[in-house]
Design a protein around this ligand. Structure first.
Ligand code: ZN
Ligand code: ZN
Ligand code: FE
Length: 762
């Protein structure tokens, strides 16, 4: 006698990045292949799978599930439990259950290799279709209006599927099975070319050809892309690049360049293995690379810097445009100066018309603004300089769950905000500096969108300690019952510790340009003994008066002058800093310092770099934050050099690093004709040496084994890699920023981590 194999029913629950990545279609194909019945559905950020079949079939299914998961899926946990048999017939994809819980929205994904092949395959029906996608690739966050993720809740909803696309969408063995963004030339979005005056238009391939031709002739073209408009120009044409700079009011900040393929990237820059991985990753960030010498790229792309920002085409539209242009293209945010990037059709026309000669437009609406992410590879470290497209809005874990939903509004510069609910932190993409009405509106739009997408209704706001920041006003005006203030550098250290899940006390180095200190002074070179509950400031850079306050950040010679006041005013070593500064202005500023008028005290590492650059005669005026530091790093290169004197003084129960002897030695060296690159290297080594000594000393005296490196100054690859290596050699555990960058983009997450701890312990 034989009996039918016993029918079992099993319920699998899968968490991780499993929505919007073609996971349910994959589950369906797998079930059909293995002959199990049941269903799959999205429930509140997890995927629930009901299986009915023999025990062996269910086991095989579970094994294949993790082994064969689609490339973009990341499975964090799979749980399985036996359940009652429902008598399922076949395998179905069930409607999404719309529960009010955490639901990750997937980040946008660069065009996949298969779609890229089809794009250039004349026999494919999507040949040269600028919106080709599949379940493995395409827009997500920027086009999703609400969850669960399906076409009806995206800006693709206005494009009804044609019969052939509908067939692919419904066929479980097709790569586009349940691909919510599926489209083709018959039913998908359109591209067109229009003059800056709105006149003249052509669509399809002709539009792309016209845009490419305009670019080749030196025009600036506004290109509506994935997360907003880009301003495009021929990256090999210096006149075109300079014209773009002039119109964008961006005189020196580096401009990013897009090429189509990795080989093309290699033709213009040196690309290491790790850098190649980053360039071709599905996030496709801008990667800072060392340009080839000689370089076909325009010199004014990144003046006086040793890196150029390069990215690969990440949408089919970019591929087609670059193929037609046959050269690298500048692709920089479509905005004036540091305003938010334009996204809407009318908005783009209105704001960018004065900047461009023509537009390459499309009619797939962008619902969320998202800039390009920027990455730098430094030895074993990936330094994320800007976290946006391809990363946001993937959640980060909080080491201590938020007992109440909260919003951390972030800092003043390089702002992001963070929504936290339970153990998940949703960090917004890069928003930018919170100056002006446009930035405020952008912040509020992004905040509303995040609230809706993640269904977080904050009860608590978290803000910076600075009483005067716009972010502080935003936090106070949200009307929440409670507002918690977190010190800027505490947030820096907390952010790095928290992303590593570390809640114990650490020695935290927080080096950056500026942050409001709890003594009312400007901080920016702090060594904190810190955990999420609080901090103690154990060491700092000696305070210096910054004549003119904010003006000092744009005029490094003023910082040098502040330091010269501490050297007794007689120092010939500082002379180069004032080259080109009028005698009247200089003596006026001297008076300012002498009488303490508008000369706030600061302990800023960013300003120390400025002072060093001024004393070395490298830079007396800065057009963007960090410019002097980037140039000094470029000058230093990799050459080894002994440190200069950088002594520590004990006062007020703290250690104070005194940079006056260091700056004096730099100026003296320069006066005696020492190579400026060597002096820049010696400056870096002095910071490395002092930082390592301080961290070791403090870790030793307090019995701590972990050191956190945080703050924008650690975007400096030379400083980061050397400090990290030396501390590791000293058997200390070194934590650096990974998922978020070291700069102020991480502040909101640090604020959220601190506030969650505080709320959980009261
Ligand atoms: Zn694809
Ligand atoms: Zn179609
Ligand atoms: Fe900072």
């Amino acid at each position: 006698m034989t009996s039918a194999p016993l029918l079992t029913a099993r319920r699998l629950s899968v968490t991780g990045v499993v929505q919007g990545v073609g996971f349910r279609p994959f589950v369906h194909r797998l079930a059909v292949r293995l002959g199990v019945a049941g269903w799959v559905r999205n429930v509140a950020g997890t995927v629930e799978i009901h299986l009915e079949g023999s025990a062996a079939q269910c086991d095989a299914f579970a094994a294949a599930l993790t082994r064969e998961a689609p490339p973009l899926a990341r499975l964090h946990a799979v749980t399985a439990a036996d359940t009652g048999v429902e008598g399922a017939a076949g395998f179905t994809i069930a409607e999404s259950a719309d529960a009010d819980t955490l639901r990750p929205v997937p980040p946008d994904v660069a065009i996949c290799a298969q779609c890229e092949r089809e794009l250039f395959d004349p026999h494919n029906r999507r040949y040269r279709h600028p919106f080709i996608t599949c379940t493995d690739c395409g827009p997500r966050y920027t086009i999703i209006d609400a969850l669960p993720y399906d076409r009806g809740r995206t800006s693709m909803k206005v494009f009804g599927l044609c019969a052939r696309c509908a067939t692919e969408y419904a066929a479980s063995d097709d790569r586009r099975f349940h691909a919510e963004t599926v489209a083709c030339p018959d039913c998908g979005p359109r591209v067109w070319f229009e003059g800056a005056d709105g006149e003249g238009s052509a669509d399809g391939d002709t539009a792309i050809l016209l845009a490419a031709t305009a670019l080749r002739m030196g025009a600036v073209v506004g290109v509506r892309g994935l997360g907003g408009f880009h301003l495009a120009a021929d990256a090999t044409n210096d006149a075109a690049v300079r014209r773009l700079r002039l119109r964008k009011h961006r005189d020196a900040k580096p401009l990013a360049v897009m090429v189509r393929t990795l080989d093309q990237a290699r033709a213009v820059a040196h690309v290491s293995k790790r850098e190649a991985e980053a360039l071709t990753s599905s996030a496709r960030p801008i990667v800072l690379l060392r340009p080839r010498d000689p370089s076909p790229l325009a010199p004014s792309l990144a003046p006086r810097l040793d890196r150029v920002g390069l990215m690969l085409a990440y949408t089919p539209l970019h591929h087609l445009l670059l193929e037609a242009a046959e050269r690298p293209l500048v692709m920089t945010s479509g905005n004036v100066s540091d305003e938010p990037i334009a996204i809407g059709l009318e908005e783009g026309r209105a704001r960018l018309r004065p900047l461009v000669d023509a537009f390459l437009m499309h009619d797939r609406d962008i619902l969320s603004r998202c800039d390009d992410s920027v990455l730098r590879v430094a030895g074993a470290h990936d330094i994320l300089l800007r976290r946006a497209r391809g990363h946001a809005p993937a959640p980060l874990a909080l080491p201590v769950p938020a007992p109440q939903p909260l919003v951390a509004v972030g800092p003043h510069l390089k702002n992001t905000f963070t929504l936290a609910r339970e153990g998940a932190a949703f960090v917004s993409p890069h928003i930018g500096d919170l100056d002006g009405l446009e930035a405020l509106e952008h912040w509020q739009q992004a905040y509303r969108r995040y609230q809706a997408l993640f269904r977080v209704a904050p009860a608590v706001a978290v803000r910076d300690l600075h009483p005067g920041y716009l972010s502080t006003r935003i936090a106070e005006e949200l009307g929440l019952s409670r507002v918690i203030a977190v010190q800027h550098h505490h947030a820096h250290v907390a952010a790095v510790a928290a992303e590593h899940g570390v809640t114990s006390r650490v020695v935290g180095l927080a080096y950056d340009g500026t942050g409001y200190g709890d003594d009312g002074h400007t901080w920016g070179a702090e060594v904190l003994l810190a955990d999420l509950s609080g901090y103690q400031r154990v060491a700092q850079l000696r305070y210096v008066p910054l004549p003119g306050g904010d003006a000092a950040a744009r005029e490094p010679w003023r910082v040098a002058l502040g330091y010269e006041s501490q050297a007794g005013w007689q120092s010939e070593a500082f002379a180069l800093a004032y080259h080109g500064v009028s005698h009247t202005l200089r003596s006026g500023v001297q008076q300012q310092v002498a009488h303490g008028v508008n000369a706030p005290l600061a302990s800023s590492m960013g300003r120390l770099f400025d002072a060093a650059a001024a004393v070395l005669g490298v830079r007396r005026h800065a057009s963007f934050e960090g410019q002097a530091a980037m140039e000094l790093e470029a000058l230093a290169g990799e050459q080894s050099a002994p440190p200069l004197p950088f002594p520590t003084i004990e006062a007020d129960g703290r250690l104070h690093l005194d940079p006056v002897p260091l700056l004096t030695a730099l100026g003296e060296g320069r006066r005696h004709g020492v190579d400026v690159g060597l002096l820049a290297a010696r400056f870096h080594e002095s910071l490395v040496e002092a930082s390592v000594d301080l961290a070791r000393l403090i870790a030793g005296s307090f019995g701590i084994d972990t050191v956190v490196l945080s703050g924008g100054t650690f975007q400096n690859a030379r400083l980061l890699t050397r400090v990290a290596r030396r501390l590791t050699e000293a058997r200390l555990r070194v934590l650096t920023a990974r998922t978020l960058g070291p700069n102020d983009g991480a502040i909101s997450y640090g604020q959220a981590a601190v506030a969650s701890w505080l709320l959980s312990h009261e």
